[in-house]
Design a protein around this ligand. Structure first.
Ligand SMILES: [Zn+2]
Length: 434
């Protein structure tokens, strides 16, 4: 769609954040804020977050361009249009930062000084004016809904280990973060006013390509269908953003809702869905990325085999240099928490070489009583750890080769196992958005 054909409609109603907000976002947000241990974590990091925000504002002042009418009439108009459409009266500072990536973020400044939105230079170049309305509207949506009251980065990656969230809280937090993106997209849609424009934004985010190479993206949803079909175990549950085709589907659901039609006055847009219907459609889409659909069965082997698998599995968990939360949880479910923790403790005490020696010696012993097929089965039982996030890191391939070797198998058999998992090494679908 060319820019010239887009004519913005003025809303006849002021946006109502409570109605626009996805029910799932609201519910999970309240649930997380009411959790006493999350409250404790928030208190612990609150002062820190305030300082971080001020530091970030100072950094933007020194390293980015603050948009005023004379600095960039074009971008100033984008901001004032979005503020008018969203009926936003609080002060908003818009900055453009030089960066070769498509990105934007919003921060609520402490002491209700308003909102700060930063957009990268590449986003300004790649997105058309209506697409920028979507992007800036999305960011202001985060600000209006006060999503920063639950700072995801600080809560999920706390500076001190004691403040680390439990598995359930981590999953809840990630589930909420993904839902909050859909709410923010709805504010973007009220600004660009056309879901096909939002789809163009998502196509550009997914590909990094400029508009002349892209069409309307009708088959984008098929990519999601393929993803679901070939999805490996818990893939997706550790993502902070919904996969982009999910955002496309949710945008359409909102644009077909009564609320969207009501916003522009009766008869302006035809509604074919209630707001509840739109929320339910988004809920179903988002559930595809949740952890709770995944049932992990405990492996059932004799004690010494389980001990070996715990060592082998922990080696895979730690092989990309940090212990992946999702992978470690998976190991706990597969071999039991006690064995997983014993392997973790042993790795900490013994150091890499001794750890590997112990794994080889256990593997060696086990392989005496098993045939090759049974040994290969053990490798594939534990190899799932490396693939739960849908991505097999080259170090994880090395780890699997070591596990195979420990069981007296030729190391190239690890490649066969990876193929069977359906995860080509380094073939991850990278669909992160802004
Ligand atoms: Zn966002």
């Amino acid at each position: 769609m060319s820019e010239a054909t887009v004519k913005l409609r003025m809303p006849v109603n002021r946006p109502d954040p409570h109605l626009i907000r996805l029910a799932r976002d609201q519910e999970l947000f309240q649930q997380l804020l009411a959790d006493p241990s999350i409250q404790t974590s928030l208190e612990r990091i609150q002062g820190g977050v305030g300082h971080t925000l001020m530091a970030e504002k100072r950094r933007q002042l020194s390293a980015s361009l603050r948009i005023t009418e004379s600095v960039s009439p074009y971008l100033h108009k984008v901001l004032t249009t979005v503020k008018t459409l969203l009926g936003l009266e609080m002060p908003v500072e818009l900055y453009v930062t030089p960066a070769p990536v498509l990105n934007a973020f919003c921060m609520t400044l402490p002491d209700s000084e308003g909102l700060l939105v930063v957009v990268t230079s590449q986003a300004v170049e790649r997105f058309t004016r209506p697409e920028l309305l979507f992007l800036v509207g999305h960011e202001l949506g985060h600000g209006i809904l006060q999503h920063s009251r639950l700072p995801g980065g600080a809560l999920l990656n706390p500076m001190d280990d004691d403040a680390r969230l439990s598995w359930d809280q981590t999953m809840l937090m990630l589930r909420w973060m993904r839902a909050s993106e859909i709410s923010a997209d709805r504010f973007g849609l009220l600004c660009c006013q056309d879901p096909s424009l939002a789809t163009r934004v998502f196509l550009k985010l997914a590909s990094g390509l400029p508009g002349q190479y892209l069409g309307v993206g009708e088959e984008f949803q098929d990519q999601m269908d393929d993803w679901v079909k070939t999805k490996i175990a818990g893939e997706g549950m550790d993502e902070t953003h919904p996969l982009l085709p999910i955002r496309v589907a949710c945008s359409h659901a909102f644009a077909e809702s009564e609320y969207f039609s009501h916003f522009f006055g009766a008869g302006a847009v035809e509604a074919c869905n209630s707001m509840e219907g739109a929320d339910n459609a988004c809920h179903d889409q988002l559930c595809q990325m949740d952890a709770d659909h995944v049932q992990i069965d405990r492996l059932d082997h004799p004690e010494e085999v389980m001990g070996f698998l715990a060592l082998a599995g922990f080696l895979l968990c730690a092989s990309d240099n940090e212990i992946d939360t999702v992978e470690y949880h998976w190991l706990c479910e597969l071999v039991g928490r006690d064995l997983a923790e014993r392997a973790r403790g042993f790795a900490g005490e013994a150091g890499f070489e001794t750890y590997v020696q112990e794994m080889y010696s256990l593997g060696n012993g086990i392989s005496q009583d098993l045939d090759r097929k049974q040994c290969l089965k053990l490798v594939s039982d534990i190899a799932i750890i490396a693939a739960v996030d849908g991505h097999v890191h080259p170090n994880e391939v090395k780890g699997m080769q070591m596990v195979a070797e420990a069981l007296q198998l030729p190391s190239h058999l690890a490649d066969v196992v990876i193929k069977d998992l359906g995860a080509g090494s380094d073939q991850r679908l990278n669909l992160r958005g802004s």
